[in-house]
Design a protein around this ligand. Sequence first.
Ligand code: VG1
Ligand code: CO
Length: 542
Amino acid sequence: MIRTVATKPFPDQRPGTSGLRKQVPVFQQPGYLENFIQSIFDSLEGFQGQTLVLGGDGRFFNREAIQIVVKIAAANGFGRIVVGQGGILSTPAVSALIRARHTFGGIILSASHNPGGPHGDFGVKYNIGGGGPAPENVTEAIFAKSKAISAYKISDAPDIDIDRLGTVKVESMDIEVVDPVAQYLSLMKTLFDFDAIRSLFASGFRMRFDALHAVTGPYAHAIFEGELKSGAGTVVNGTPLPDFGGHHPDPNPTYAKDLYDFMMSASAPDFGGASDGDGDRNMILGRGVYVTPSDSLAILAANATLAPGYAKGLAGVARSMPTSAASDRVAAKIGIRSYETPTGWKFFGNLLDAGLATLCGEESFGTGSNHIREKDGVWAVLFWLNILAHRRISVKELVTEHWRTYGRNYYTRHDYEEIDLNAANGLMGALRDATKSLPGKSFGAHKVEAADDFAYHDPVDHSVADHQGVRVMFEGGSRIVYRLSGTGTVGATLRVYIEHYEPPAGKLDQETQAALADLIALSRSLAEIEKRTGRKAPSVIT
Ligand code: VG1
Ligand code: CO
């Protein structure tokens, strides 16, 4: 039976950079998840009888949330739900399923790289029919509905068995429980040369993939060990756990430290990769070398035609504003378009749909292409393996060769987490004001060429997104960028992005923090970080 339940709005349901992300106890309040799901449906039109894809990253509250979404979708008139077995689907797998099955949209239950467990975070993302994150007009419409909601509709049917493959019914809606990996794997086979990668492994090439006890475990076991015969034990931490084993499921040198240290050790294999909670991020390492995400995007762009899915060449490369300009240099050299968008994958959607860009990337360990409308961790690892299978050189050689051709964009991101919200807003306000007076000023060897608060004019739908971060650009291509995180759940997080360009003939083998030392010091004094936030140093450096 369908029930209509009276409810009151929760005023804090504004979706951020990627969906609504809150601490688990917030989501566990009676009616909280129900309200948000009903608000999503209230903001949509024309879904009666249509199909919705549903899955999550297996974190704490995933299974309960799946049942609630199913019952609200049934009560609101969806015709079918395609759900991953056990409630599991990575973010890229959801995007792939939406596209392959031409569904109305999808719901992803994840707080991505944020920790999970009873005291961790939970999240809900709505993806549109093209497979990408809901654009701003949709998320704002959801927020508006959430502020005015007075009731939600829900079926009182018993819970469904999400562990058994097959189709069952709730009210008049079909629920199809599918293998989370199958369709994704078939898509990867159309893009990459699996035979070449198999021969690479057969030749003795060794890798380690760290799934960080998050959603990519099942994908990695099936694809690397199963299809590509990478060898038993290639995948570590391959079982999704509700609390990710107590760790941040975030593939960077800080939170994937075991993998990082292993790759820097004497017993390192040839290649290392990791992915995040929901499977859309990636970290790439070689023996004794860590590849920055910005460099990874540039290197994939420069070598893309080695992969069958990109053999005809790229239309263009898009990167988020704080991402280093390394990919711009590749685009300029091979004569393709390049774009600079605000942070967040949703801004790539129009460029991909319009065929203006093929590859996209963010400095935050996100890389992807027009195969779906999300960033894709396992895809990035496969792309690297495909390139290495053809080049048969080490990761270190490939990276060094790249720098010798294009120059090196030394790059680091310094995060100041959980700082006071007012202090953070004051700091950003002061920087915004300073943009007018900074151009022309010199700080040691660095002369400011331009400064602004980044605004993006979408070339396809002509929408404008402003206040996307303060950029201070110096002569010679160095940059400092400041912005506040849209995904944190406690206080504010200030992100400071620091970059210096060294031409091909310059010093290419310095340690990153050392190479950037004077700009790092300037990034702190320019924004008065210690005075305003009390922090002498960042909490995370990537
Ligand atoms: C962060 C990253 C951003 C990324 C976003 C979602 O956002 O900086 O590049 O798109 O997370 O990634 P913010 O606003 O906290 O800087 V994920 O893996 O959560 O989908
Ligand atoms: Co993620």
